[in-house]
Design a protein around this ligand. Structure first.
Ligand SMILES: NC(=O)C1=CN([C@@H]2O[C@H](COP(=O)(O)OP(=O)(O)OC[C@H]3O[C@@H](n4cnc5c(N)ncnc54)[C@H](O)[C@@H]3O)[C@@H](O)[C@H]2O)C=CC1
Ligand SMILES: O=C(O)[C@H]1O[C@H](OP(=O)(O)OP(=O)(O)OC[C@H]2O[C@@H](n3ccc(=O)[nH]c3=O)[C@H](O)[C@@H]2O)[C@H](O)[C@@H](O)[C@@H]1O
Length: 485
């Protein structure tokens, strides 16, 4: 009888959970175990209420769970039994010591690698699923080979390109799957084994095989290119406001050039999410370490432009409201870093809210998928602290901002008696709110600051709102109250 292939994934997060669920669905003959040190997270994966919100994920998990998909805290047991071990643990930005604020912190990766070496009794393919610095595979190889008791480990790089909110769609129909391996007969064999897994549903011409360093660097490069597009369009949005051009028209005209393409050209209050900033900082650090300061400086600008965009938004809000928001109620609609996810990691809402709180505003926040606990935690946490396993995070100190902040479960409640509304996430439901009703219950003059360009500004102006839309021609009111960035 042919032995059943066993896969184990260390890290049951936004990447480990969905990717393994899809592998289990598409490869019914493979047994997949997803393991994590976080007991609550594994309990949630085994419950009706999954730990992450992702359209389509529930169906996939329900279909496979208990058949060929298992979630467990028995990390060592499943690693020991597996033929292929994916590692999808956190790779946060270092907050201390050498490279603090830039370099990737590989603590979790290293401890996973040491554990694999300790518990293994048979040869394994170890797959880097986390986003890691170039040359991490070499470091992992060293750890594994120094502790391996003669066992053969092959390291592959198989970075993940899914985006949150569309993870299942992206996994079902990836633009490409990338597999990097050693250019040796054993390396090629390992690449083939992983390729055969994906070939269950991904067309062969979409599976790209490269050397290890190209695969590792391509992931950082892809995220840097994507974020760069957003920073480019956001830079244009500032110029649009200064000149009377309309950023939506400019994006459309520019994106029609097939060499440029139309996707990812939406101006916004800034990009967020767990990876763009982290991965670019990591890229900048790698460039610096390789004696390439000009290249480092080039990519750093993508982050600086993103920070500028968030600051510019806050300044615009404050300047338009007579240069002070002290004790004024400001409604925040949307806190997640994009629609269709409850994820708040590095959401631009954190910096915007902190900026407004710093100017003594009273905030009333509504997001359809983010809990009050999460919002309070995010607003009291230090930068980069979020990207660690939950049980290692600092407890929040919500008292400092308690009085200035309320979190409500309805957009109308949030905007009642407010002076202004800030739209920070492009949730579809915000497009179709009853803005007349909202206006009637707000203080006057009533403002809408649309950080996602989702409202019909003309319609809102006809109701009586003063409207600011990123990168659009300014109302006379806003022109008279210039914001200094
Ligand atoms: N979130 C996303 O959309 C994407 C993330 N990535 C990358 O994938 C990696 C994971 O990201 P997420 O899934 O978002 O993170 P996450 O924080 O949601 O999940 C990571 C999980 O690993 C667990 N963990 C940490 N150390 C462990 C250990 N030694 N043993 C067992 N479990 C351990 C944590 O408890 C946590 O549940 C990161 O490197 C990230 O850059 C890549 C593509 C997309
Ligand atoms: O490595 C990762 O973690 C992932 O990072 C991004 O995915 P994600 O962060 O989930 O979401 P995106 O859709 O890329 O959005 C990121 C941020 O950019 C913003 N954005 C996006 C597009 C746009 O035109 N304008 C814009 O401001 C979004 O609102 C969001 O805040 C990449 O798109 C994925 O390919 C990658 O795998």
């Amino acid at each position: 009888m042919v032995k059943k292939l066993k896969i184990c994934c260390i890290g049951a997060g936004y990447v480990g959970g969905p990717t393994m669920a899809v592998i289990a669905l598409k490869c019914p003959e493979i047994e997949v175990a997803v393991v994590d040190i976080s007991v609550p997270r594994i309990n949630a994966w085994n419950s009706e209420q999954l730990p992450i919100y992702e359209p389509g994920l529930d169906d996939v998990v329900k279909h496979c769970r208990g058949k060929n998909l298992f979630f467990s805290t028995e990390v060592e047991k499943h690693v020991c039994e597996a033929d292929i071990v994916f590692v999808s643990v956190n790779t946060p930005t270092k907050t201390r010591g050498l490279g603090a604020g830039k370099a990737a912190d590989l603590t979790y990766w290293e401890s996973a690698a040491r554990m694999i070496a300790d518990v293994s009794k048979s040869s394994k393919i170890v797959v880097e699923k986390s986003t890691v610095p170039v040359k991490t595979a070499e470091a992992i190889e060293k750890i594994l080979s120094h502790n391996s008791k003669g066992i053969n480990f092959q390291i592959l790089s198989n970075p993940e390109f899914l985006a949150e909110g569309t993870a299942i769609e992206d996994l079902f129909k990836p633009d490409r799957v990338l597999i990097g391996g050693r250019e040796t007969p054993e390396g090629a064999k390992a690449v083939k084994t992983l390729k055969d897994v994906y070939a269950h549903w991904v067309p062969e011409d979409r599976i790209i095989c490269t050397n290890l360093w190209s695969a590792e660097l391509s992931k950082l490069a892809a995220n840097a290119f994507l974020a760069q597009r957003i920073s480019s369009v956001n830079a244009m949005s500032a110029l649009c406001e200064a000149t009377g051009a309309d950023v939506t028209e400019v994006s459309h005209a520019v994106g029609k050039d097939t060499r440029i393409g139309s996707k990812f050209l939406n101006a916004s209050v800034g990009f967020g999410g767990s990876c763009f900033q982290k991965d670019i900082l990591n890229l900048v650090y790698i460039c610096e370490c390789n004696g390439l300061p000009e290249v480092a400086h080039y990519w750093k600008q993508v982050i600086l432009m993103n920070d500028y965009q968030k600051t510019r938004f806050v300044n615009r809000v404050v300047a338009s409201m007579f240069n002070t928001v002290a004790n004024k109620k400001v409604a925040i609609l949307g806190f997640a870093f994009k629609k269709d996810t409850g994820d708040t990691r590095e959401t631009p809402a954190i910096d915007v809210c902190k900026g407004l709180l710093g100017d003594k505003a009273k905030l009333s926040i509504y997001d359809p998928q983010v809990s009050e606990d999460q919002i309070r935690k995010d607003l009291s946490m230090n930068k980069f602290d979020w990207d660690h396993p939950a049980h290692l995070q600092q407890p929040s100190s919500p008292t400092a901002i308690k009085k200035q902040l309320s979190v409500v479960w309805d957009a109308y409640e949030a905007t009642k008696d407010a002076h202004a509304v800030c739209i920070l996430t492009e949730w579809d439901e915000f497009r179709n709110l009853d803005y007349q009703k909202m206006f009637d219950n707000m203080q006057k003059p009533a403002f809408v600051f649309d950080g996602r360009n989702i409202v019909d500004a003309e319609k809102l102006r006809s109701i009586g709102f003063i409207v600011y839309s990123i990168g659009k021609p300014l109302d006379a009111w806003l022109k008279d109250m210039p914001a200094v960035a």
